[in-house]
Write a protein that binds this ligand. Structure first.
Ligand code: F1P
Length: 347
């Protein structure tokens, strides 16, 4: 994935080349808002991009399920830029959503994996993720590539708009450039740990996934991956939303997965873990290396390298994908071909 991005990111020179972004740069900088449309895992990448683009570029972003957006009558003008995210580039809901927006004058930026796909052809500009073919139906490496590309776009536009300073730009680009090495470390060091955790929880009936801020979309994606490939019911929620309903589900049977890497609100997620433990829930936590506080509270821990909080989600998702993978295998399922799911949902 990163080999294909390397041509667009030169961390040593601190430059990002993205010709698709250059093509609509003026539109992006002057945009009233960016509307991100996508489905499934791609929608989760879009949700995280909302947080990142608003933070780094100070552009108003909305994220829409294409499967809903296409059936309503949204107010769109020629000052809106639509970012359509799709691994396959053929998802019918996303395609129809952008066709409608295009008719109303919006500029379409396509972020797809499959070269020459329908969404790519309909877009005014775009960027390919070039993640290679997904072997399985459930999107995994495409998600990582989507995030990497969305982050590069946010960094490029933020620098252009001068909404980020060069120190933050350099820090984020530096961390991003090291993601391949960090992912390698996670796979090396955590694989057997995650397998053991999977063995412990493969019989669970339900799972709850919680995360805050940049980690919230990862909680949603962790839950979706588990549903898709292990057929276990799982729900993702913002950590603070727990007390508004889901906490009623917590008992000694329920595994609660916290995406709890270090961020600006870390003590809040630590207190959420304590709330679950006080109700005898079983806590599995993704924590940053060296965070003994969160680690000591959890029953089981998956560790990722500590990076800037904006970059951390790209790493946190990896153990969650692996956890779903091993649980699916333990349950005797074909994780590459989940029942009822299609690689391209073209209807
Ligand atoms: C969207 C999606 C995938 C999911 C499955 C069904 O596809 O929901 O996220 O894993 O493959 O389709 P796409 O628009 O990103 O190709």
């Amino acid at each position: 994935i990163f080999d294909s991005l390397r041509g667009r990111l030169d961390a040593e020179q601190q430059t990002i080349t993205l010709s698709g972004v250059d093509k609509i740069k003026d539109k992006l900088i002057a945009a009233n808002r960016i509307i991100i449309v996508a489905c499934g895992t791609s929608w989760h990448a879009g949700l995280l991009a909302e947080y990142v683009i608003e933070e780094l570029c100070r552009i108003n972003v909305e994220v829409e399920y294409a499967s809903e957006f296409r059936y309503r009558n949204p107010i769109i003008t020629d000052k809106d830029v639509i970012i359509a995210i799709s691994q396959s580039g053929e998802t019918a809901d996303t395609l129809v959503a952008i066709e409608n927006a295009k008719k109303q004058g919006a500029t379409i930026f396509g972020l797809v994996n499959v070269v020459g796909s329908s969404i790519a052809r309909l877009s005014d500009a775009g960027a390919y993720t070039h993640a290679g073919p997904e072997i399985g139906v459930a999107s995994t490496k495409a998600f990582t590539a989507q995030l990497a590309l969305l982050y590069l776009i946010a960094l490029k536009v933020g620098l252009e708009k001068q909404t980020i300073d060069s120190t933050l730009f350099n820090k984020l680009l530096g961390d991003l450039a090291k993601v391949p090495q960090y992912v390698h470390e996670i796979l090396e060091e955590q694989d057997s740990v995650i397998k053991e955790i999977a063995d412990k929880y493969s019989d669970a009936r339900d799972f709850l996934y919680l995360g805050r801020g940049y980690n919230f979309p990862i909680a949603l994606e962790g839950a979706l991956k588990l549903k898709e490939i292990s057929y276990i019911h799982a729900e993702g929620y913002p950590a603070a939303e727990m007390k508004h309903g889901p906490i009623a589900l917590v008992d000694e049977q329920l595994p609660v997965v916290f995406v709890a890497t270090k961020d600006n609100y870390h003590e809040k997620i630590v207190s959420n873990i304590q709330e679950i433990k006080a109700r005898k829930g079983r806590v599995i936590a993704v924590v940053s290396q060296g965070d003994n506080v969160a680690a000591s509270l959890a029953d089981d821990v998956m560790v990722v390298p500590q990076v800037h909080e904006i970059i951390a989600p790209i790493l946190s998702v990896i153990p969650l994908q692996l956890l779903s993978y091993y649980i699916g295998i333990n349950r005797g399922l074909d994780v590459d071909k989940p029942r009822n799911l299609a690689k391209s949902v073209t209807v």
